[in-house]
Design a protein around this ligand. Structure first.
Ligand code: KG4
Ligand code: ZN
Length: 345
């Protein structure tokens, strides 16, 4: 069993976590996350410079908190794993620099991790990868604030090559991400940032059929998504019929959510069928959506798995767990002084 300290600072969550494990076992010993939502909410979205500055303030406290919750000393850590791509470059560099300083001081290896591989990993946290109830091959829908993509994954995480994201990609959004579509349309309705869970909550009492918003690339015979037309259509509808009360907002919320979910669900189910998978996994912030969970469970012929809600949105446990795999596969490096962060994926 090794113990990895994971660090995540790619966007507006500053997070550290200790995960212990071996190949195929990822036990979360602690997670400490400072969410910067209240720092960014006044601006209606994430401001990169505000994010970087807050990561600088929060990085050390969250690392110390994660260590304390895991009842460990610095020297109990076997390696450090850090998100180094993709994301806001200034924010990433705070995590990467902290991780390099820590690994250098402790004389331990450092493992750079792709944020999206972390999301793929989030459903395996605190489980073993021989676990019979996530059968492979599986089709993963990764739906977050920055990305929406489909991956056909043949094997359990311990077998994943460093090129897993590229090798398994079968579809992606050509413009906005699903989470971005939730956030931008929620903003048009006057909900605070980030709007995804507000839209989720408001839609519970709304009429899903009141407005017929476009389902992007519906008739296209591929597994790509498009959400930018939806945003324009919602903006026009709101201008024509400004919501006057909570019920009006709920009707808009329910109709918007149904359009986003119809796109996500129809493409995911079709890709699952074409790739003949034995299960479906849904990860990323949007996987916290209540109706998405209900509809997928009802509409899929193969079993559907979601991460625990605390692991749907960004946190460092998923980064540390990727670190466990890399460490055992001999992919941790002691030659890390040149390691950099990268905005693009
Ligand atoms: O994975 P994540 O924490 O960060 C990124 O890597 O982007 O995803 C954040 C996204 C936001 O767009 C947020 O509005 C959305 O996930 N989200 C939701 C819900 N909870 C979070 N979208 C729909 N329904 C939810 N319950
Ligand atoms: Zn994320």
């Amino acid at each position: 069993m090794i113990r990895i300290l994971g660090i995540e600072s790619s966007c507006d969550e500053c997070s550290a976590s200790v995960v212990s494990g071996e190949l195929g076992t990822y036990k979360v010993l602690s997670v400490s996350t400072y969410s910067q939502i209240k720092e960014h909410a006044p601006f209606g979205g994430v401001v990169p410079e505000v994010a970087s500055r807050n990561h600088l303030l929060q990085m050390q406290p969250v690392m110390l908190d994660a260590l304390e919750k895991a009842k460990m000393k610095w020297t109990d850590i076997d390696a450090v794993a850090v998100t180094n791509r993709p994301g806001l470059i200034g924010a990433l560099l705070v995590g990467v620099t902290a991780a390099k300083a820590l690994a250098y001081t402790l004389k331990k290896p450092l493992i750079p991790v792709h944020h999206l591989e972390g999301h793929l990993m989030s459903v395996f946290l605190s489980r073993t990868d021989e676990n019979p109830w996530i059968p492979f091959p599986t089709l993963v829908l990764l739906a977050s604030g920055g990305h929406t993509q489909l991956h056909a994954i043949q094997d359990s995480p311990s077998k994943w090559e460093p090129t897993i994201l590229k090798d398994s990609l079968v579809g992606r959004s050509l413009d906005d991400a699903a989470g971005e579509a939730f956030d931008k349309t929620a903003k048009l309705l006057g909900f605070p940032y980030p709007g995804g869970h507000h839209l989720d909550a408001a839609s519970k009492t709304g009429d899903r059929k009141k407005y017929d918003f476009p389902r992007g690339l519906e008739r296209k015979d591929n597994f790509d998504f498009s959400f930018s037309g939806l945003k324009t259509s919602v903006a026009n509808a709101i201008q024509k019929n400004p919501p006057a009360n909570a019920q009006d907002r709920a009707d808009f919320a329910a109709s918007i959510q149904e359009a986003i979910l119809d796109s996500l669900i129809s493409k995911t189910l079709r890709a699952a069928q074409e790739h003949r998978v034995k299960s479906i996994v849904i990860v990323g912030g949007v996987s916290a959506n209540q109706r998405l969970r209900e509809r997928m469970n009802a509409e899929s012929k193969v079993p559907v798995f979601f991460p625990d809600k605390e692991f749907s949105t960004d946190q460092a446990a998923m980064i540390a767990a990727v670190g466990v795999n890399r460490f055992y596969r001999g992919e941790a490096t002691s030659d890390f002084l040149e390691l950099n962060g990268f905005a693009a994926s």
